[in-house]
Design a protein around this ligand. Structure first.
Ligand code: AMP
Ligand code: MG
Length: 308
């Protein structure tokens, strides 16, 4: 009984070995694509006094350290913008900890600990980053198809290679057509990944840049997987001017003092940029065609549960 609760047998399963092979390939293909395109890889930040506030309810993972507090990284967005002071194109495989509520335990796509391939490019526009994302995904899927045939066969997965440019759908258009559940409906309906663009500012965090010519609409995007697999990545252009950043933080009723260090950098000057973060486990789930994201890693942390 004790052994069963530990899921000891799970670790001997062939499927887990096959997923790991595919994830190893995904990391390699994406990393090499970016290195070959002039990106420098930075180390992940695990703890920081300031991190992504996120726009949905997520518990705070923090601990005391001397006279202050550290938080576990929810995303490296703030650090990515600062990293561009050192190099024009950066990426990292960033472990994120998000204390997701138990209500998300059965979505099949939420973990409490996961990894993002997170990248940012100085002076880039949304257009540049959409193009980069399409090339990165197509390259990666082709590489997996070439080198992991046995594994894809094991999962009975006939992986389609999408063609650029991917379809773009405006948030308001999708919302008006299908209501709140538009993402699920569209994801189920499509055969290839597509972009969701022009998300309203109240739906997203302060750092996504508002379109100067369309107040309330962001110059951002999500990539949505087809076949019901849902969101793959989020990204966009960034707010980089101090006044704009402060205004957006205040509009979202957040406390400016929670971003004190970041704001000091913004005061000195942050470059304009755009970028995105793509979840590695969600990509692996899509590539393998798995029901459950927990089957993409050895030590899954499911919302609402404590596990090794
Ligand atoms: P976000 O900035 O919140 O859009 O997160 C970036 C990407 O990370 C998402 O598009 C997903 O691929 C992935 N992601 C976000 N939250 C989770 C989670 N709780 N579990 C697994 N992957 C996630
Ligand atoms: Mg997102």
């Amino acid at each position: 009984m004790f052994m069963k609760s530990l899921e000891y047998d799970r670790y001997g399963e062939e499927s887990l070995r096959k997923v790991l092979k595919i994830k190893t390939k995904l990391r390699q293909a994406m990393g090499n694509f970016l290195r070959n395109n002039g990106f420098l890889e930075i180390s992940p930040v695990i703890i920081s006094p300031e991190t992504d506030p996120l726009y949905h309810a997520t518990g705070k993972a923090e601990f005391d350290y001397y006279d202050g507090k550290y938080q576990l990284t929810r995303s490296m967005i703030l650090h990515k913008q600062i990293a561009l002071l050192t190099s024009d194109k950066i990426f990292t495989y960033s472990p994120n900890v998000r204390l997701e509520p138990v209500e998300l335990a059965d979505t099949g796509k939420h973990l409490v600990e996961f990894t993002q391939l997170d990248l940012e490019v100085k002076d880039a526009t949304r257009e540049d980053i959409i193009d980069l994302g399409e090339r990165l995904l197509i390259h990666t899927l082709k590489e997996v198809k070439k080198d992991c045939k046995e594994e894809l066969d094991y999962f009975k997965r006939d992986l389609r290679i999408p063609e650029a440019p991917f379809q773009r759908i405006k948030y308001h258009h999708a919302y008006n057509q299908y209501g709140r559940i538009f993402e699920e409906v569209l994801s189920q309906e499509k055969e290839d990944p597509f972009w969701l663009i022009d998300i309203p500012s109240e739906e997203r965090e302060f750092y996504d840049r508002e379109d100067p010519s369309r107040p309330g609409i962001l110059r951002d995007m999500d990539l949505i997987y087809p076949e019901g697999f849902g969101e793959a990545l989020s990204g966009g252009e960034r707010e980089h001017e101090l006044d704009r950043i402060k205004q957006r933080i205040t509009q979202q009723e957040l406390d400016l003092t929670n971003f004190k260090n970041y704001l000091e950098f913004a005061e000195k000057g942050l470059p304009p940029s755009a970028g995105f973060g793509i979840g590695l486990e969600r990509l692996a789930r899509y590539v393998c065609g798995l029901e459950e994201i927990k089957d993409t890693l050895l030590f899954p942390k499911i919302p609402g549960k404590i596990r090794l």
